[in-house]
Design a protein around this ligand. Structure first.
Ligand code: NAD
Length: 285
């Protein structure tokens, strides 16, 4: 496992397991499988409604808490200082832990400055080991990172071979903020799993398309959290550090970048309206 060092010195696994759209009833089994495969970083969120399952799996695994890196996110319905503060304590309870390794603001909408101050306070109290944001496009990211006391350690944004965040990553690098990919396999969109370039490169290394797509991101210094509910695929997605893409292969994959979202554009007013519909709770799981 490769670790990266965050801007506050905390070590974080570069490869983890994400549980978006994992049914709360299945989360414990999935996370137990992932820990069994060797994953030591789990990415959940208040809006996934499965923090309890994650916490139960970690507890039951018997793996020392210090060896598992837990990531969660505050949903916009809990933004504003007071609400966010309370919601952090609720996440701690659901995850059955004294501290969360990395807590993010899930979206750049509603009172995110107030919510970020709650993250900063919880960080100072030792309830959070690192704090950051998610889905902050460069415009919102630069604004926030410039005006807060604790610069985000991480910004988790949609990042995969078709949306590589080349320019956005440069802005984040400028603040010492790590780029963390969500949707590292684009959830299979744009025909990712049958892409001829990825297939050809995979063949040359005796690897699957998924492994090539994930390896590409890690060679670009991006943190990744692929999701699968199947143990075989968890193993496949975990086995990406024993081969290396050449500079030429990296260049070929770089040329697949469409530089736009395969899901939705956070700067589109229609997207903002969609999120406003979820400001009292996320219904998109
Ligand atoms: P992903 O790109 O990881 O794709 C997951 C899907 O790809 C699976 O459901 C499965 O259908 C397929 N798959 C996975 N491994 C495969 C393999 N080896 N071979 C073939 N098919 C395979 O998508 P994701 O779940 O959206 O993203 C990963 C994680 O990122 C999430 O679980 C979550 O933790 C996080 N996330 C965060 C946000 C955010 O707003 N911050 C949004 C989406 C996801």
């Amino acid at each position: 496992m490769k670790y990266v060092t965050l801007n506050n010195g905390v070590q974080m696994p570069q490869l983890g397991y994400g549980v978006y759209q994992v049914d709360p009833a299945e989360a414990e089994r999935c996370v137990s499988d992932a820990l069994g495969v060797g994953y030591r970083m789990i990415d959940t969120a208040q809006a996934y409604y499965n923090e309890e399952g994650v916490g139960a799996a970690v507890k039951k695994s018997g793996i020392p808490r210090s060896e598992v890196f837990l990531v969660s996110k505050v949903w916009i319905s809990h933004y504003g200082y007071e609400h966010a503060k309370t919601s952090i304590d609720e996440s701690l309870r659901r995850l059955r832990t004294e501290y969360i390794d990395l807590m993010l603001l899930h979206q750049p909408f509603c009172d995110y400055y107030g919510a970020y101050r709650a993250l900063e306070d919880a960080y100072r109290k030792g309830k959070l080991r690192a704090i950051g944001v998610s889905n902050f496009q460069p415009n919102h990211f630069i604004d926030l990172a410039t005006n807060v006391e604790i610069v985000p350690a991480v910004n988790q944004v949609e990042t995969h071979v078709f949306c590589q965040q080349i320019k956005a990553k440069e802005y984040m690098d400028g603040f010492g903020t790590r780029t963390m990919s969500w949707g590292p396999l684009a959830e299979g969109r744009n025909g990712l799993f049958t892409n001829p370039v990825l297939e050809e490169i995979g063949k040359a290394h005796g690897r699957s398309v998924a492994q090539v797509a994930l390896r590409y991101l890690t060679q670009r210094d991006v943190i990744i959290i692929p999701k699968s509910t199947h143990r075989k695929r968890m193993e496949e997605n975990f086995s990406i550090y024993d081969f290396e893409l050449t500079a030429e292969e990296m260049e070929r994959i770089r040329s697949l970048d469409l530089a736009k979202s395969a899901f939705f554009d956070h700067n589109d007013p229609e997207t903002v309206k969609m999120f406003m519909g979820w400001r009292n709770g996320f219904a998109g799981r």
